[in-house]
Design a binder for this molecule. Structure first.
Ligand code: SAM
Length: 290
């Protein structure tokens, strides 16, 4: 079915399937016809590429992805959408839907089973209530994927694509930069959705790096340090890390100064390499003390 941004088509589907939008599941469906073709193009859907989509809804983006990619596997939590997708996606033989919570799916196995010999990308208009957990799962699972192209709330896009070491950066900015190179592609107004959400949105792309973008001795410690440093972002890094990680202040202070970082620094002033150096010093001391 080709005209899934048409209000009359959507109303007809809603009526015939007795479907109503679930706010709890973040169901704001795209009705702006220019957005999905652009997302499908930007995400790199093409011959030889398999796409994982999260939350197909009625299939408006899925349809564009199926036109370009070799195969599209969509993960949708809402069981009520299964009969709708059977109808709207009937013409696409390269489409399959998995009725599960994306946070519970074994994506390594999915890629192995479904995308043999294909390059893999992720493309989605994300349910906003789980933006951060989904992005972090996709990154932390270290999947063999090339990129993640997703629509998120405008504010989340700004946070995710902020430059590390600037005021707009936060723990998730630094974490995302460890695994990928983020870029903001384009903005989408709230009127592009049905029902219209209260906030505007933006499409971002995370190009996954082959190797982490900085070396560190222990990733767990690095992420604890990043989280700890931003936990009380108005405080100095020394105070915030020492209280969040329950470490002596002197130990954290020396982890900074021995790496040439001033002890009065705040989290938003540090670069990814600074966090790695601090984490390495803390990790080494813990290993040596053990
Ligand atoms: N792709 C459609 C579009 O662009 O119009 C719908 C996008 S809508 C913002 C988010 C979709 O994610 C909904 O279909 C919703 O049911 C689904 N969803 C919500 N939570 C989910 C979860 N945990 N796992 C998989 N899908 C989920």
């Amino acid at each position: 079915m080709d005209n899934l941004t048409n209000i009359l088509t959507i109303k007809d589907l809603l009526n015939r399937h007795g479907f109503n939008f679930s706010k709890a599941l973040g169901q704001n469906f795209l009705i702006n016809p220019s957005v999905c073709p652009r997302m499908a193009e930007y995400c790199g859907a093409q011959k030889g590429v398999g796409v994982i989509e999260i939350g197909p809804g009625f299939g408006v983006l899925t349809h564009e992805l199926c036109k370009l990619a070799d195969k599209v596997i969509s993960i949708e939590l809402d069981k009520r959408l299964m009969p709708v997708l059977s109808e709207t996606m009937a013409e696409h033989e390269n489409f399959k839907v998995i009725n599960e919570d994306v946070l519970k799916v074994d994506l390594h196995k999915l890629i192995e089973d479904e995308f043999k010999g294909m390059r893999v990308v992720v493309c989605a208009n994300l349910p906003y209530y789980i933006t951060s957990p989904v992005i972090m799962k996709l990154l932390e699972d270290k999947l063999p994927i090339e990129s993640i192209t997703v629509m998120v709330q405008k504010e989340a896009a700004q946070r995710l694509c902020a430059k590390v070491g600037t005021r707009d950066s936060s723990a998730i900015t630094v974490a995302v930069n460890y695994y990928s190179e983020p870029s903001l592609l384009f903005h989408v107004s709230s009127g592009s959705f049905m029902p219209a959400p209260k906030v505007d949105s933006a499409v971002i792309k995370l190009d996954i790096s082959q190797e982490p973008r900085v070396q560190c001795k222990d990733e767990k410690t690095l992420f604890k340090v990043i989280k700890g440093a931003f936990a009380q972002r108005r405080k100095t890094v020394v105070n915030s890390i020492s209280s969040s990680l329950s470490l002596p202040k002197a130990e954290v202070e020396s982890a900074l100064t021995q790496n040439g970082i001033v002890s009065t620094a705040r989290a938003e002033q540090l670069m990814l390499s600074d966090f790695a150096k601090i984490a390495d010093s803390i990790y080494e001391r813990r290993v040596n003390d053990a």
